[in-house]
Design a protein around this ligand. Structure first.
Ligand code: ADP
Ligand code: MG
Ligand code: ZN
Length: 483
């Protein structure tokens, strides 16, 4: 049944992402732009919209937005003009939001997401513009009253709107992941959905497969994680399919995601009716950004995750999976490359980073910068394992000690006596002793019972407190008893 429905209908999704830019100050005044302060601790007459005040554009906010737009392959509109979007709501003290209407700073961009068999799909970015955030209402059920916090008022926001290019909830999820990663590389936003620094409205419609016209869309709001966006889209996809199947019409409306119920709920319809009476913002004079300034911003863009991914695949021959993990954090990627320069064993390095290193990072909720492990120490451990100086177990131990003490790998190996004994002179005498103490087993080996060699190796390991190189021990025992 589900199969039939999926073939019959095609899902169409477009996303609108609001991104708080992490400038030090707000977009039109000097108030601090910090999350989590006590309510109304960072407000001034400008962001409170008091009469007689004038906004002044924060250059940093413009530069951050342009940087993000360039990284998203957008065309930059150097003519900067702001507009007023008029509406009344208690969290908007001016009675209008300063935004951009007919002259967004950027348009015609794209972001790549993974497609089948290692290919990529380009999602077109229709436009991106700069605006200010509103305050926040806190509805206190206990006292049956509503409170307002204006700390967020005037936080620089960038809105990034896609064309309706996405075809599944998974593609929407991948788009958000890649968008977040790109923006984090640029260091222009925290992109934390839980703290509201990245917010996503998802538009979705269904149409019969092959139909060139778009179906009627609904707009989903109130999701506070990427998973919630995916779940909301999946619910809505089924709801619309069922409605169409039973001959109902889809109503254009905004629906809220109810996380507890796992359902979208109608909030308001007649979405077409909104009339914001946009008009040019008279307090901010339009201006043109110098091409040189835009070039400087363009040059400040680092290698982006999608490019890095491709390079890691070809340069280090990493698998799709490995390369993906290595580029999830620019600092982890740099750590990996620093290791690979010191010791060209990318796959082994990758395994150590994916395993012990990332586990430690997650457990400590730390950042790779904060760790005591350095590329020098990690590659020393890996090299010494390859040279049979460290057993796998001893290598793990050395790793842990470096993490805890910050001492160098060599120092830790020395102090903790982690190096394996490979010196055949010492091992010969151990083997001799073990054979003497286990005459019966030795006899069985002489008669050809090779499986018993392991027992003697075990005994020898015990004698050396696990420090002997078991491979060499095995060889020595075999040579003495089987030759
Ligand atoms: P609105 O004026 O309602 O905000 P826009 O044309 O600005 O609509 O589009 C808002 C978002 O909705 C964009 O991301 C766009 O890609 C998406 N969108 C538009 N039409 C549809 C549709 N029929 N189905 C799914 N998404 C759509
Ligand atoms: Mg819209
Ligand atoms: Zn202010």
């Amino acid at each position: 049944m589900n199969q039939v429905v999926q073939q019959k209908y095609e899902t169409v999704i477009g996303l609108e992402v609001h991104l708080q830019l992490k400038t030090e100050t707000k977009i039109f005044c000097g108030c601090a732009n910090v999350f989590g302060r006590e309510p109304n601790a960072q407000v001034c007459p400008v962001c409170l919209g008091l009469p007689g005040t004038l906004p002044v554009l924060n250059k940093k906010a413009l530069a951050y937005a342009m940087k993000a737009a360039l990284a998203l392959n957008c065309q930059i509109n150097s003519f900067i003009k702001f507009d007023r979007k008029n509406y009344y709501y208690p969290d908007l003290p001016k009675g209008y939001q300063i935004s951009q209407y007919d002259n967004p700073i950027a348009s015609h961009g794209y972001l790549e997401i993974p497609a089948e068999d290692g290919r990529v799909k380009r999602i077109t970015i229709k436009r991106a513009h700069l605006e200010e955030d509103a305050g926040k209402l806190i509805h206190d059920e206990g006292t049956n009253s509503s409170l307002v916090d204006y700390n967020r008022t005037g936080t620089p926001l960038m809105e990034i709107v896609t064309e309706p290019d996405l075809r599944s909830s998974q593609e929407a999820y991948d788009y958000l992941q890649n968008l977040k990663l790109t923006l984090q590389y640029l260091n222009v936003s925290d992109c934390d959905m839980e703290k509201g620094s990245l917010r996503c409205d998802a538009n979705i419609s269904i149409r019969e497969t092959g139909d060139p016209c778009l179906g009627t869309k609904t707009e989903l709001k109130n999701m506070n994680s990427f998973k919630a966006v995916k779940a909301a889209l999946e619910f809505e996809e089924r709801r619309q399919q069922k409605a169409l199947e039973s001959g109902e019409r889809i109503v254009q409306e905004t629906r809220l995601w109810d996380e507890g119920r796992g359902a979208t709920v109608s909030m308001r319809s007649k979405e077409e009716a909104h009339d914001y009476r946009y008009f040019p913002e008279p307090d901010l004079v339009p201006f043109v950004v110098d091409e040189g300034v835009i070039d400087t911003i363009r040059r400040s863009i680092p290698e982006l995750p999608q490019q890095k991914y491709k390079r890691f695949r070809s340069e280090y021959k990493l698998s799709d999976y490995d390369a993906n993990i290595m580029v999830q954090d620019a600092d982890v990627a740099n750590f990996f490359e620093a290791c690979a320069r010191l010791y060209p064993q990318p796959k082994k390095i990758c395994n150590w980073i994916q395993g012990p290193l990332l586990q430690e990072l997650n457990a400590r909720k730390a950042h790779v910068r904060d760790l005591r492990m350095t590329p020098e120490y990690l590659t020393t451990i890996i090299r010494k394992t390859d040279e049979n100086v460290l057993s796998n177990l001893a290598a793990k131990e050395a790793f842990q000690h470096v993490m805890e003490t910050g001492k160098s790998a060599d120092e830790v190996i020395e102090q903790k006596g982690l190096a394996q004994v490979s010196d055949s002179g010492i091992l010969e005498s151990v083997v001799e002793e073990v054979i003497r103490d286990n005459e019966k087993v030795a006899g069985q080996i002489r008669e050809g019972k090779e499986s018993a060699v392991g027992f003697l190796v075990g005994q020898a390991m015990r004698k050396t407190q696990g420090k002997a190189n078991p491979k060499i021990l095995g060889e020595l025992i075999r040579r003495r008893l089987l030759a």
